[in-house]
Design a protein around this ligand. Sequence first.
Ligand SMILES: [Zn+2]
Ligand SMILES: [Zn+2]
Length: 370
Amino acid sequence: MSRVAQRGGASSANRAGDGEDICPVCKTSRYLNPNMRFLVNPECYHKMCESCVDRIFSHGPAQCPVAGCRRTLRKNKFRKQTFEDIQVEREVDIRRRVADVFNRREEDFDTLLDYNNYLNDVEDLTFNLIYKIDLEESEKKLESYRLDNEQSISQNKALASQESQSAEMRKMMEQEQAKLRREAARREEEQLRREREEGRQEVINKLAAGDGDASKIARESHSIVLKKSSARRAALERQQQLTNESNGATKTNFSIKGLKQKVEPEPEKPYDPFGGLSDARDSYVLQDDYDVDWLRSFKQDPRHNVGGYDFKEFYDRALCDAFSGLGVFIEDEMAGKELSSIAPGSVTAAAQAVTEGNTNEAKIIAEDVF
Ligand SMILES: [Zn+2]
Ligand SMILES: [Zn+2]
């Protein structure tokens, strides 16, 4: 990016910042009042400072003071702007309003396609509301749906709040368990330290009393410590097992009901460019070679073979053309029949006749496939 462009971008950003810091109603700027707060009303989303809102709307509903806007606003609807872009603010409000009414769940539908169609319709309606396309009609649709489905809407709302509550509870229980685990670990450590201290003291006392061999006393104390620690480890494992089991129990308590059986998708088949159509010829079988007089010279001519030219390709194409009826013209065919009085009905005979007759090339191809 060039420096000029950068500077331009920065200055325009500054201008926007200045504009945001001046109340469009009383023209107070943040420079004069650093504690100034801006509020918007979801009726028209015109921004004004808090003191303007207090001054104009304290005595009840009044018209929006912004020039050209005649909407009646109430003070209790004013709130702080969450998003910097007022368009985003408005869209979020509309989406929230629509989602409050259209709160059907996937379980309500027989098939996923129905659910997706419903989501698509809702999105269309939301889009219309956001971009003010057929605004009145869309509002009417929303309202009529709300009136028609009041019961299911409130049911689904209750379900949603229940779900969020149970999620909250689960989180709390997990936190509680983590806390208990931490405390248990701390207690364990404390006990270990105390036992070690006691053991050491005992050894010192025994040594001080002087009864018995010093090395024997040391060995004994060591074995006692080992025994204790192994017993503790076993107890710990037991406890771990118990908590695991109880965890499993709580997990089954919180299982989600009504989940549909997941069906493994079929493995993707290799790509078939013909879409299942076979290119096998069912009206003829291709031979490796055809012995035709006029082709013989071409077959022996190296000019027709050196380039990788395959006569089989030619046979196949010619046969395919012939059996598909390409290059066959009824009028010519009939004329050919009349011409061949030698053996009518036999194709080869007709072809011979045509070749002998030395008529045009097209006819040769039509009769004798090569
Ligand atoms: Zn103001
Ligand atoms: Zn307004």
